[in-house]
Design a protein. Structure first.
Length: 395
């Protein structure tokens, strides 16, 4: 169900449930119902296809091959994510932000993009990176501390990860304004979470994109927890309704339904390319794991909530549909399992083989024509490094 800017609605609390407490006390909250009329859903948690007059046309032509491809994308993305989490626990990565539970939102939206569209991610969009052809091992360099991002953003139209919360929405808006001025028919998409939706940068992005009719899609993965802060502590209304105040449409989609995410994102990108301006897509999903590997979610949320969302698992949902439709057999699932294990081994080997960075690389590309202060700092750092060699020689 989309919301036009002219639609006046009474503010109310998010359908995620009543406000809970934070801190060390865990909260038990109600969850979004599958039958919520605000939620665009094409596949139920049981894997049954639901008809939708507005969005069916974006997925009606999907082939069994493409459905198996979406399933493969989600399975391999989850396998990569699990391996990265394990590597961090083993001391191979400094930190990791897991996407567990959010595979459908990322793969569905990622596969809706054209090659010439441009993506501005935050730091959890591993599934979108997969869809853009970024080698998963390249995502790990930053978390290992050996680079600032191991890929060329212009090679895949996929920007480097952004750690500053919400700032990439401004970058996306500016880029989209440039796309419009160039007369191109491509679109831009910015990913962010429910926590970032409270940042001032996001509000500014909404303002500028609306005023300049920028061809940008704001894709909010509402996993309901900004670290330990539940969404209802941040907004009195569902997040997609915020678009009303800025004059462009907002839509809430079942973020655990890969078909719905694919269809809604295609619709939003089509609007952008047709010159109809921005759209806010709220993918209502759930973070099954920790915010990052430095977080302990058991301190602020209960098992009941997690178990309720495990029953809505996006991968299991599509598997049930594939099996019921006779679009996949046991041979397909067995081959995919073997491919998944091979990916895990490749990721492990690649991370452990990553070379340490050149210590002096931090002084490169600071100024276009060099700078006296940078030269001085480089010399001081060189002397500092040499002091270790001198000390070892003295012993």
């Amino acid at each position: 169900m989309t919301v036009d800017s002219s639609a006046a609605r009474k503010p109310r609390r998010s359908a995620a449930g009543k406000a809970g407490t934070t801190g060390t006390k865990r909260t038990t909250r109600t969850t979004q119902k599958s039958t919520d009329p605000e939620l665009v859903q094409l596949l139920t948690p049981e894997g049954k296809r639901v008809k939708n007059a507005e969005y069916d046309r974006y997925v009606d032509g999907i082939t069994p091959d493409e459905l198996r491809g979406l399933y493969r994308d989600m399975v391999l993305t989850r396998r990569f994510d699990a391996e990265a989490t394990a590597l961090q626990r083993q001391g191979e990565l400094g930190l990791w932000a897991s996407l567990l539970g959010q595979e459908a939102a990322q793969i569905g939206s990622g596969r809706a993009l054209r090659d010439d569209d441009y993506v501005f991610p935050t730091y959890r969009e591993h599934g979108v990176a997969w869809c853009r052809g970024v080698d998963p091992t390249n995502l790990l360099g930053m978390f290992r501390g050996v680079n600032n991002g191991g890929w060329d953003p212009n090679g895949n139209n996929f920007h480097l990860y952004t750690i500053v919360i919400g700032s990439q929405t401004l970058h996306a808006t500016g880029y989209a304004m440039g796309v419009a001025k160039d007369g191109a028919d491509s679109a831009v998409i910015a990913y962010f979470g429910d926590g970032a939706s409270s940042q001032g940068d996001v509000a500014e992005s909404f303002t500028f994109s609306a005023v300049y009719n920028a061809p940008v899609v704001f894709f909010c993965q509402n996993n309901q927890w900004a670290i330990s802060e539940p969404t209802e502590k941040q907004s009195r209304v569902p997040l997609y309704q915020r678009a009303q105040g800025f004059g462009f449409p907002g839509v809430r989609v079942d973020g655990n339904d890969v078909l719905a995410c694919l269809a809604v994102t295609k619709w939003a990108l089509e609007r952008a390319r047709d010159g109809e301006g921005p759209t806010l897509v709220e993918a209502f999903t759930y973070r099954m794991g920790a915010h990052t590997t430095s977080d302990d979610p058991s301190r602020y949320r209960g098992d009941e909530e997690r178990l309720a969302w495990e029953a809505k698992d996006p991968i299991l949902r599509l598997r049930r549909f594939l099996e019921a439709s006779n679009h996949a057999d046991e041979g397909f699932f067995a081959e995919l399992e073997a491919e998944s294990e091979a990916l895990g081994r490749r990721v492990r080997e690649a991370v452990r083989a990553m070379p340490d960075p050149d210590h002096f690389a931090i002084f490169e590309n600071v100024y276009a024509d060099g700078h006296a202060l940078v030269d001085e700092e480089r010399a001081q750092f060189a002397a500092y490094q040499a002091s270790f060699a001198d000390a070892e020689g003295g012993h």
